[in-house]
Design a protein around this ligand. Sequence first.
Ligand SMILES: [Zn+2]
Length: 292
Amino acid sequence: MMSYWGGGWPRYVTVAEKKAKAGRKLKQLLKKNKDIKPVIIKGYSIASTWWGKAWNQNLEKYADYHNRIGRGRSYVRNGNVLDLRICSGEIKSLVQGTRSKPYSVVIKIKGLKKDVLKKIKSACEGKLDSLQELLDGKFPEALNDIFTAKGTGLFPSPAEINFDCSCPDWADMCKHVAAALYGIGARLDEDPELFFKLRKVEIGGLIKQAVEGRARKLLNKAGEKKARRIDDSELEDVFGIEMDRDIRPVAKKKKKAKKPLKKAVKKAQKKVVKKTVRKIMKRQPGKRKRPR
Ligand SMILES: [Zn+2]
């Protein structure tokens, strides 16, 4: 039971007709510019990965948005978001409305505040066990809570979001802006790294923090014991994470060869960060409830 505020349809238009209209417009636009990036929703859910869902849920959390953003749901589902590009701090979108010419939507989002980022980073410290969970195919609750905390997490609050649309319905959040906001969630499904580009944050930094505590402990301990060399299996124990098989052939390596500790720890840290970032970006929430 969708109601359409501010105007609406002159007669009942079926979803199929709406989709067809948006499809025709998209074809026209693609002829002019093959680089446009439409938001295409497959199935009923607007977003299906952790990043996309977390984005949308964040917006729905805020009372300012709660009532208005719903107007964009059917729009994005019907393919009305004909173009959406996420850049650093800004999203540009073309949204098909009732008029023939698509409306132009610009959404500006502030970068993550330095003090918020600092707090998130320190909250991540020592969450190495969570990284292991992540690598096992679950999105860890501990990180989930840190990342999605209202106002202190990674996701923007309405105060950090500004938007503008070329339609006449400028008083409130119009359908086109709402649709574009949901479109961002859908786009993050495809490429979660865009989230970090948008909020001007480096994800590696967050993961590094989680690993660093343990590395520091190890180095301190080694200082006391004068054990200055270490091999891969010991490192695996320390980080609790299986090191990547080296790409280089193992044949030439002596099995028990020990490496200088500091260098080895740094290298291992880098590996863990890289591996985890790769994994975190691919995390599908559907896999959380894997049947045993
Ligand atoms: Zn509008």
